[in-house]
Each structure stands twice: as structure tokens, then as C-alpha cells.
Ligand binder design. Structure first.
Ligand code: GAR
Length: 212
């Protein structure tokens, strides 16, 4: 039987779409959003994936929202909960409930630039290389064992939007790849770090700026 995942989104769902399009050896049991207007819901629905909304605005406390979200997720009994642009901070109870079963993609090379506006943060810091990170979720915001990262150069003349688009293209490759490794049972946790089973040839060095 294929392992089952539930995907959580808050917005347009382009990472979710990349995961659905990748033909992964897993079953997407449901897509759940905290916002009824999230564009990704329609996309999932059009592909016959069950969708649900747990609107955080309907709950008085974070704990009440998290409890409702947990119930909506657990109805599908997933082995992994996949955050794909899900913009809510969880209670420690939620994180504990999905210990080692909660994975996220963040648009920076963690541990640099946690939180919001990561591309703005990268431009302000003047870094030459930026990117994205797939990691398991722990109590500490945008921390947790790293599964994979992808890097892109920051180019002179970059705006937040240009940089975001360059990173997003990487996200769409990196996240499905990391989930494939998970589905194939190739991710192992060792001393708080993730080892990926397999042979990975070095693909060289990314230098930025790189002379033409
Ligand atoms: C993505 O860039 C994702 O990395 C980011 O939100 C965007 C969602 O886009 N996630 C976070 O910032 C989480 N802290 P999408 O809805 O098109 O996948």
C-alpha cells in the first residue's frame, strides 16, 4: 500500500500542484486549508483530491484551532503531514502529535532567514546565494532536521519578486524529490540530523557572482 499524506495550504498552492504533478509513489489523501479562499483548493478539487477548510478565524484560541485541524487531518490517517505554504504557527501539542510526521518547505537556506519576508531579508543582508529548505518541523519556528536544500544565486538588480520566483522554481523540484525519498523509506533520522539513503554525486560548486 502506498503511504498516505495530507497537504496543508494557505494560498495559491503551487508547491502542492508540483507534488501532485510529480507522480510520486504516495497517496494524497486530502488537501486542507485554513482559508476558504486559498487558490490551491480548487486546483486539488479539479484533480479529484478531497479538500477541507478549517478556518482559523472561527476559533477563539490557537489551541482550539489546532485541535480542529488535527481532527480534520486524522480523519485521513496520514503517515505524513506536508506543509506547503501553510502560514500558521502551531502549538507544541500539535507538533508533538505529529512528531517526525510533519514536514515543511521554507523559502530560505535555513537556519538563515526564518520567519516571513525571507527574500526581503536575503536582499537586505546582501547574501550572494539564497534558496529553500525542506525540513521536519519541531517546536522552534523554521528549525528542525533538514532533509534537502536548493540554492540559487542572488543577482545584481534582483527585486524581492524576481528572487522569489527563482527560489520558487527550485521549491517545485526540491519538495517532490524529498517526498519521493520519504515515500521510498530513504530518510533516516540520526542524532537529530537526517541521512538520505542513496548515492549522491557531487554536482560541483555554486559560486555567486560567477564570472561569465
Ligand atoms: C512558498 O514559497 C513556501 O516556501 C512558502 O510560502 C510559499 C507558498 O507558495 N512557505 C513559507 O513561507 C512557510 N514559512 P505556494 O502556495 O505557491 O506553494
Amino acid at each position: 500500500m502506498k503511504p498516505r499524506i495530507v497537504i496543508l495550504i494557505s494560498g495559491r498552492g503551487s508547491n502542492m500542484a508540483a507534488i501532485l504533478a510529480a507522480g510520486l509513489p504516495l497517496e494524497v489523501a486530502a488537501v486542507i486549508s485554513n482559508l476558504p479562499e486559498a487558490g490551491g483548493l480548487e486546483l486539488a478539487d479539479a484533480q479529484g483530491i478531497p479538500t477541507a477548510v478549517v478556518d482559523h478565524r472561527a476559533y477563539a484560541t490557537r489551541a482550539a484551532f489546532d485541535a480542529a485541524l488535527m481532527a480534520a487531518i486524522d480523519r485521513h490517517d496520514p503517515q505524513l503531514v506536508v506543509l506547503a505554504g501553510f502560514m500558521r504557527i502551531f502549538t507544541p501539542e500539535f507538533v508533538a502529535h505529529y512528531r517526525a510526521r510533519l514536514i515543511n518547505i521554507h523559502p530560505s537556506l535555513l537556519p538563515a532567514f526564518p520567519g516571513l519576508h525571507t527574500h526581503r531579508q536575503a536582499l537586505a543582508a546582501g547574501v550572494r546565494i539564497h534558496g529553500c529548505t525542506v525540513h521536519f518541523v519541531t517546536d522552534e519556528l523554521d528549525h528542525g532536521p533538514i532533509v534537502a536544500q536548493a540554492a540559487v544565486p542572488v543577482l545584481s538588480g534582483d527585486t524581492e519578486d524576481l528572487l522569489a520566483a527563482r527560489v520558487l522554481r527550485c521549491e517545485h523540484v526540491l519538495y517532490p524529490r524529498a517526498l519521493r525519498w520519504w515515500a521510498e523509506g530513504r530518510l533516516h533520522q540520526d542524532d537529530g540530523r537526517i541521512a538520505v539513503e542513496g548515492k549522491f554525486p557531487s554536482s560541483g560548486t555554486l559560486m555567486a557572482p560567477e564570472e561569465a
